[in-house]
Design a binder for this molecule. Structure first.
Ligand code: ATP
Ligand code: MG
Ligand code: MG
Length: 406
């Protein structure tokens, strides 16, 4: 009939179970931090079921997930048990038990992105070797096993020299800078010594740090979010500006490097590519995250489809959404713990209340049970007609805070 013309177009084959809603695939996420929480938020409006695996009873994603399995994403038996209950397995942190993921993949478990990708990325040195092999521009790097090796690297690359831990790095916690050869031993010690697995990178004399979130579907289609500028304070992401205020040519080049980097990795989902822009206009890759990323938080409010929704669409095999911005500009401001405990909570509370008075500002609070200095506790995204306009609004939040401090 003319009132329901499409009904007759639906033909189910014998073995096809009718889908009620968008997808019946249960998405299993290793890790239940803020990224897992925002994945759950995106999933809820599409009624996609997200299960999280995280050792912390009251982790940020716990209360919003379809189910929270309490356990370690770095424990083989636990990951196997978790995988049995999911239709597709994905991650919100790369420091997971990858050997188990590889084993599960051989048994037919669907991991997106692929375990091979997690293996490359979770070891920063292997990551550099991989991207170097694929012709992606990087700061020069070298493995170091002892002080002699570190000194040799210092002679080759000069100082300051960036010493990095190969594994388990986040928020700059695996980085130490040696300003001279004399500082090498203390930099190495700060990272736990050579036994922890270290390597060095030549200092990247960047004028800006940029990032590109790239999404790849199960059909290998790729699309890129606009290039953003990330501003770090003490090695921790502090502010993200979207779009990055750089020449069009630079944006194009950054996007090309980012999509080439992702094309060299396997599997569906969102990937974030961190880049350095040097004085002479070079783009160098810093690192890639095989998951949604801090540099893409702003996409929730500023893009047609957020990185979280696109990650879900990608891993369950739905059409990808438009990554372009629907607002002229956006700024994301991380709420980092300023003080331990109660005082820290109070400062964050006042900061967020000020943000609520700002037009175009949205407050995200991750509900972490404990406040620690420099810990990512929440973030504020401000959208507006221009970066200048937004920065004036952000200054109101930040400067009022400074006055209160006095
Ligand atoms: P994340 O939280 O992004 O995972 P991380 O702990 O993995 O951080 P990196 O991304 O390696 O650490 O480095 C953190 C920051 O340190 C960079 O964003 C950049 O500001 C600085 N940095 C890293 N490598 C270099 C380098 N080779 N030269 C100069 N600065 C660097
Ligand atoms: Mg990292
Ligand atoms: Mg980084």
């Amino acid at each position: 009939s003319s009132s329901s013309p499409r009904v007759e177009e639906v033909h189910l084959s014998n073995d096809e179970v009718p889908v009620r809603g968008l997808s019946e695939t249960v998405v299993g996420v290793l890790g239940g931090g803020q990224l897992g929480r925002m994945l759950c938020q995106a999933a809820s409006q599409m009624a996609i079921k997200v299960m999280v695996l995280d050792p912390q009873e009251n982790c940020p994603a716990s209360s919003l997930s379809y189910h929270h399995m309490v356990g370690s994403f770095d424990d083989s038996a636990t990951v196997e048990e978790f995988a049995k209950r999911c239709g597709v397995l994905t991650v919100e942190i790369e420091h997971v038990d990858v050997a188990t993921l590889e084993k599960l993949e051989k048994q037919g478990v669907d991991c997106q992105p692929k375990a091979s990708t997690i293996r490359i990325i979770q070891d920063k040195f292997l990551q550099k070797v991989h991207f170097d092999k694929h012709g992606i521009p990087l700061p020069e790097f070298m493995q170091i096993d002892n002080l002699g090796g570190a000194k040799k690297a210092g002679e080759l690359f000069g100082y300051p020299l960036m010493v990095k831990s190969r594994r388990l790095a986040y928020d700059g916690r695996g980085n130490a800078v040696a300003k001279s050869e004399e500082e090498l031993p203390s930099a190495v010690n700060a990272l736990g010594g050579f036994d922890r697995g270290l390597y060095v990178e030549k200092w990247a004399p960047f004028v800006k740090e940029l990032a590109v979130v790239v999404v790849r579907g199960r059909d290998n289609s790729i699309s890129c979010y606009p290039v953003v500028e990330t501003i770090h304070r003490d090695n921790i992401c502090h502010i993200v500006k979207a779009p990055a205020d750089v020449k069009w040519k630079i944006r194009e080049h950054a996007t090309e490097v980012a999509s080439n980097a992702v094309k060299s990795l396997e599997g569906a989902g969102v990937f974030a590519v961190e880049l350095f822009l040097t004085r002479d206009g070079q783009i160098l890759l810093n690192e890639v995250a095989p998951r949604p990323h801090n540099s893409g938080h702003h996409t929730i409010e500023s893009c047609y489809t957020s990185q979280y929704e696109n990650h879900l669409r990608a891993v369950v095999g739905l059409p990808l959404g438009d990554p372009s911005m629907k607002t002229p500009a956006a700024v994301m401001y991380n709420i980092l713990g300023e003080e331990e405990g109660e005082l820290g909570f109070q400062l964050a509370h006042h900061l967020m209340k000020r943000a609520l008075t700002i037009p175009g500002a949205t407050v995200h609070w991750y509900d972490k049970p404990e406040m620690r200095k420099q810990r990512k506790m929440g973030h504020i995204t401000i959208v507006g007609p221009s970066l200048g306009n937004i920065e004036r609004n952000l200054a109101i939040i930040a400067e009022e805070k400074k006055l209160e401090d006095k």
